[in-house]
Design a protein around this ligand. Structure first.
Ligand SMILES: [Zn+2]
Length: 88
C-alpha cells in the first residue's frame, strides 16, 4: 500500500492511508500552523459529517450542505497550511 504524503509542498511527512491512497492529509507540524479558528471550523464540520455518515448508513436523508461544509473547511485549512509553510 502506498503511503500518503503531507499535502504541503516539499514536506516529506508520510503516513499509512486510512481509506484510500488519494486521500489528502496535512501532517501534525503543518496542521498546528493553521489558525485555530479554521481548525475549529474543520473539526466541527468533520464531526457533523461523521454523524451524517451514520445517519446515511441508517437510510436517513442527509443534506449535501454537510459535506460541502467539510470540503470547504478542509480547503481553507489546506490553503492556510501551505501559506504558513512558506514562512516556516
Ligand atoms: Zn507537512
Amino acid at each position: 500500500m502506498t503511503r500518503i504524503t503531507c499535502l504541503v509542498p516539499f514536506c516529506r511527512c508520510t503516513r499509512k492511508p486510512t481509506f484510500d491512497s488519494d486521500e489528502e492529509w496535512i501532517c501534525d507540524r503543518h496542521y498546528s500552523a493553521i489558525p485555530a479558528s479554521l481548525r475549529r471550523e474543520y473539526d466541527q464540520a468533520w464531526h457533523q459529517a461523521v454523524k451524517a455518515d451514520q445517519r446515511a448508513a441508517d437510510g436517513l436523508e442527509v443534506p449535501d450542505s454537510i459535506y460541502v461544509r467539510v470540503t470547504e473547511a478542509f480547503r481553507a485549512c489546506k490553503a492556510a497550511a501551505i501559506e504558513a509553510a512558506g514562512g516556516i
